[in-house]
Design a protein around this ligand. Structure first.
Ligand SMILES: Nc1ncnc2c1ncn2[C@@H]1O[C@H](COP(=O)(O)OP(=O)(O)OP(=O)(O)O)[C@@H](O)[C@H]1O
Length: 577
């Protein structure tokens, strides 16, 4: 059963499934006729044995056979059609949720390492695969099993008893299959996921691994995860395999037993030979869906797990509420009593910080490592929600803007630059499929990277990878700066923008900051190096998450120097230890 806490998430999944309701009705109707036509085989047997063989009429045999070919043809068409419809129902379910799950996965992964976000898209795929699989068809056929059993009982009550007992044993096997295979299948899926994530991580960090002789150790770590996944997979398929062999053997045995019992009843004169064969075929038809479900149990189990993970993910990341579009804001940023607790942590890493940035101002944010500079950057971009206080852009709290629209207003250069597979132009245009050449060039010129780009063999169309490909660290940082400046953002937040820049790059950065200020934008620069704050008018000093100083740059620097000298003096006099 679904935990109560995932009710909203599961309701969203159900709503998407409900959209396929008409298709399910259609498949149900087709299944009704297909199953009716399943009676063709047994009825044909009955007629051939009891009528044709008795009357020795060739004409009847030909007429019956032609009818059977026709009916089987229709049954084939019905079966094929319902398979196609279900495949489309699965695809529709996936398409219906793709956008929502994708957004939830990105939003969740941006703030936390959550397994349900990591597997979100493959979970959705597993549910889609289940809907399109023969198991679903078998579920549609299952209601016919009791009817076929009743049909057998009509031939003779003893045959009915044997069929019901056999069917009962098969159902018990199905239940045991679920009980015994659930855990190994779950462990196998978790282990497989871990191994694949670890493989991705090793591939991304291949340079570090190769250059520092870490290949052997990395292999051992990955191999441990891989072996766990293989062992888990083996034990899961062993369990399912043993149950599916059991069902198959039992079904074959039951069909023969049915024939044997039927023959005995024929000898007693209580059954016709035709009914004996027909009962055996009917039993096969009745048990086929059960057998299919047992055989394909892993598909169902993966889908069940996927369904529960998805409902947890959608529960954790509720749909974004529609916000009324606001006009393009002015570059005024007000930070009031801002307290930030990193997601997954319990301690505040920014405590009650206050400051205001007016249009045309640049603020340098300085402080030792771990002081909270990047934390502030993440809060100002709207990535991390404040635990207390507010951040206002042109008077409106950040959550009043659509996240994607807010992203357009705020340019952000993260401390750890990551580019994407694609051309340089696409990267600067924030992955837009059709980058606006004028805007791309304007941003690149502002980041002083235009000349470097046009010198590359393919210029702006040069393909790069997530790690930058052929770009150097400084070039990557400048391309990322151009990406932050793309499409005229009103606020630009630069986290350690010159950590990889040479002198020329630093000068270009300062020029960019100057022109941003002249255009009435505001800029925040988190920095260690003094070169980065040359163009700053204001300085915010952070220490242990607290704003220890804020004001005009010269004044703050002077106070800090004065404080430093007082401190030195006190130390030399032995006043401070
Ligand atoms: N995702 C996170 N989860 C929990 N704590 C975090 C997270 N990110 C940062 N912190 C903590 O928040 C504090 C501030 O980190 P932050 O990255 O803001 O420092 P910083 O001033 O940018 O340092 P640096 O100059 O080294 O980049 C640190 O103590 C860090 O351990």
């Amino acid at each position: 059963m679904m935990p109560k806490s995932h009710l909203h998430g599961v309701e969203e999944l159900r709503a998407a499934r409900r959209k396929n309701r008409s298709l399910f009705w259609f498949v149900g109707l087709f299944s009704f006729f297909a199953n009716m036509l399943m009676l063709t085989g047994p009825l044909y047997m009955l007629q051939v044995y009891d009528r044709v063989l008795g009357s020795r009429s060739e004409q009847t045999l030909v007429a019956l056979s032609l009818l059977v070919v026709f009916l089987y043809g229709i049954m084939g068409i019905l079966d094929y059609t319902r398979g196609r419809v279900m495949a489309r129902a699965g695809a529709r379910f996936q398409a219906e949720l793709d956008h929502r799950v994708f957004n939830a996965m990105v939003r969740r992964s941006a703030v936390a390492q959550d397994p349900v976000a990591q597997t979100g898209l493959s979970d959705l795929e597993s549910v889609q695969r289940f809907i399109s699989s023969p198991v679903t068809m078998a579920i549609f056929d299952l209601p016919w099993t009791p009817l076929f059993l009743v049909g057998i009982a009509i031939f003779h009550p003893w045959l009915g008893i044997l069929a019901v007992a056999g069917g009962g044993v098969l159902i018990v096997i199905t239940v045991f299959n679920q009980i015994f295979s659930r855990k190994p299948a779950l462990h196998a899926a978790i282990a497989a996921n871990r191994a694949s994530l670890m493989g991705d991580e090793i591939r991304n960090e291949a340079e570090t691994i190769q250059s520092m002789g870490m290949r052997g150790a990395a292999f051992t770590r990955w191999n441990t995860a891989r072996e766990m996944s293989l062992v888990g997979g083996l034990s899961a398929s062993d369990v399912v395999g043993s149950f599916s062999t059991m069902t198959k053997t039992l079904r074959l045995f039951l069909q023969s037993a049915m024939l044997g019992l039927g023959a005995y009843l024929v000898l007693l004169g209580e059954l016709t030979p035709g009914a004996m064969i027909a009962a055996s075929i009917l039993l096969g038809r009745a048990l086929a869906p059960v057998e299919m479900i047992v055989n394909q149990w892993q598909v169902a189990q993966r889908a069940l797990k996927g369904w529960s993970n998805l409902s947890e993910l959608l529960e954790k990341v509720p749909p974004e509420q529609q916000r009324m579009p606001l006009p393009k804001p002015k570059a005024k940023l007000e930070v009031q009593a801002l307290t930030v607790v990193p997601p997954g942590d319990t301690r505040a890493q920014l405590k009650s910080v206050n400051f205001v940035v007016q249009p045309g101002q640049a603020v340098g944010v300085i402080g030792p490592s771990g002081a909270g500079k990047s934390t502030l950057a993440r809060a100002l971009t709207g990535l991390w929600r404040p635990a207390g206080g507010t951040v206002r852009l042109d008077g409106a709290a950040l959550d009043q803007y659509e996240p994607d629209v807010l992203g357009q207003h705020i340019g952000y250069l993260p401390q750890r630059v990551q580019l994407f597979e694609g051309t340089i132009a696409e990267n600067i245009a924030r992955l837009s499929g059709q980058p606006d050449p004028q805007k791309v060039v304007a941003a690149a010129k502002m980041a002083a990277v235009h000349d470097m780009i046009v010198q590359l063999p393919d210029g702006y169309d040069t393909r790069i990878s997530s790690g930058g490909g052929r770009l150097s660290g400084g070039q990557m940082q400048r391309v990322a700066l151009a990406r932050a400046l793309y499409d005229d953002p009103v606020i630009v937040i630069l986290d350690e923008p010159n950590s990889n820049l040479d002198n020329e790059g630093s000068l270009a950065l300062n020029k960019a900051i100057k022109s941003l200020k002249e255009a009435g934008k505001s800029v925040l620069i988190m920095a260690h190096r003094p070169a980065a704050i040359t163009e700053c008018d204001l300085l915010l000093v952070l220490d242990h998450g607290q704003a220890v100083a804020f004001g005009p740059k010269e004044q703050v620097l002077k106070e800090r120097v004065a404080n430093h000298q007082t401190l030195q003096k006190a130390r030399s006099m032995g006043g401070v230890r």
